[in-house]
Design a protein around this ligand. Structure first.
Ligand code: F6P
Length: 343
């Protein structure tokens, strides 16, 4: 077969490891030829691609980023988008397209499949871990480990100065990174989008802690966390050219409110894209290798419109449309574990 691969949306540690696994099994086991589209859907729309083989991918397993480049361009943005996808599939002789991306990129893949423009298989990528029907997206473990080591470092400086440290981590719709890093890093409080917060209750929790003689606190905030209605006014975030809200800022709001309401010395650290760059953890490298192998196997099983998923320790396929229907929230059981250590 002739198979195309693209990486779309925000980059994520492990993208190259997935591509490498696809290429390895495709070339050595199935005798396929693989091409990689440049910059996500943009490469498909413009017919911009490069051949991929085992030799090209050599050394890419531990490398962050994506050898293919990425973008938030989608065929759904253009009236002739699906026609262009169809015509690239025909002109390149591609039988199937493996789409590696998060919610936006995979939604586009589901539409492309539905329009009959290409036969697609999806792979769930995002440090946010918000794709449903898979227990873990790749990149998440790496992001959690980066956030946890940042929290570990903030503990010692917070204790030296008797400070409140607010740490903002990624997580636009849901708070998986915040919850995991908050538990792993021993946070005083963790604020996530699933549970709107009351800033006065946050301040009082920290004051109670001070009365018990604990003068250093770590508050982890997911970038998408929001105050409970009527408790605090915050500015609407800007939106980029793709309609994507530019988050990052709630940490500063939380820190300045804590400082004002408690009088305690408070600082903020926004981890931002540091969570997305660099080398994937060993766990992510293994998960990516499994995702890549499962994706090329799904292509050969003609599982069009499916997404490979990690469930109960194994790889399965689910329907793309089901996986993108709703963001996967942090389970209440896990958030209760975090909450048991609050204050
Ligand atoms: O969706 C993954 C993600 O890393 C989010 O956590 C974050 O809000 C967003 O991407 C940032 O996007 P950009 O790279 O466009 O700033």
């Amino acid at each position: 077969m002739r198979v195309g691969v693209l990486t779309g949306g925000g980059d994520c540690p492990g993208l190259n490891a997935v591509i490498r696994a696809i290429v390895r099994k495709a070339e050595r086991h199935y005798q396929d030829s693989i091409i990689g589209f440049k910059d996500g859907w943009s490469g498909v729309l413009e017919g911009d691609f490069i051949p991929l083989d085992v030799n090209f991918m050599r050394g890419s397993l531990p490398r962050g980023g994506t050898v293919l480049g990425t973008s938030r361009v989608s065929p759904r943005m253009y009236s002739d988008g699906f026609d262009k996808v169809r015509s690239t599939m025909e002109s390149t002789g591609i039988d199937a397209l493996i789409v590696i991306g998060g919610e936006g990129t995979l939604s586009a893949a589901a539409s492309v499949q539905e329009a009959g423009a290409a036969q697609v298989v999806g792979v769930p990528k995002t440090i946010d871990n918000d794709i449903a029907l898979t227990e873990q997206t790749f990149g998440f473990d790496t992001a959690v480990s980066i956030a946890t080591s940042a929290i570990d470092r903030l503990h010692t400086t917070a204790e030296s100065h008797d400070r409140v440290m607010v740490v903002e981590v990624m997580g636009r719709h849901v708070g998986h990174i915040a919850t995991w890093a908050g538990i792993a890093g021993g946070a005083t409080l963790t604020l996530i989008p699933e549970h709107p917060f009351d800033i006065q209750a946050v301040a009082e929790t920290i004051m109670r802690r001070h009365r018990r003689g604990r003068w250093a606190s770590i508050v982890v905030v997911a970038e998408g966390a929001l105050p409970a209605e009527g408790t605090l006014e915050i500015a609407e975030p800007e939106v980029d050219e793709f309609g994507h809200k530019k988050l990052g800022g709630i940490g500063h709001v939380v820190a300045s409110e804590i400082g004002a309401r408690t009088g305690f010395d408070t600082r903020v650290t926004v981890l931002g894209h540091i969570q997305r760059g660099g080398t994937p953890t060993a766990f992510d490298r293994v998960l990516c290798s499994r995702y890549g192998i499962a994706a090329i196997d799904a292509v050969h099983a003609h599982k069009w419109g499916s997404m490979v998923a990690y469930q109960a320790g194994g790889m399965v396929t689910v329907r793309l449309v089901d996986a993108i229907a709703e963001a996967k929230p942090v389970s209440s059981e896990l958030y209760e574990v975090a909450r048991a250590f609050f204050a």
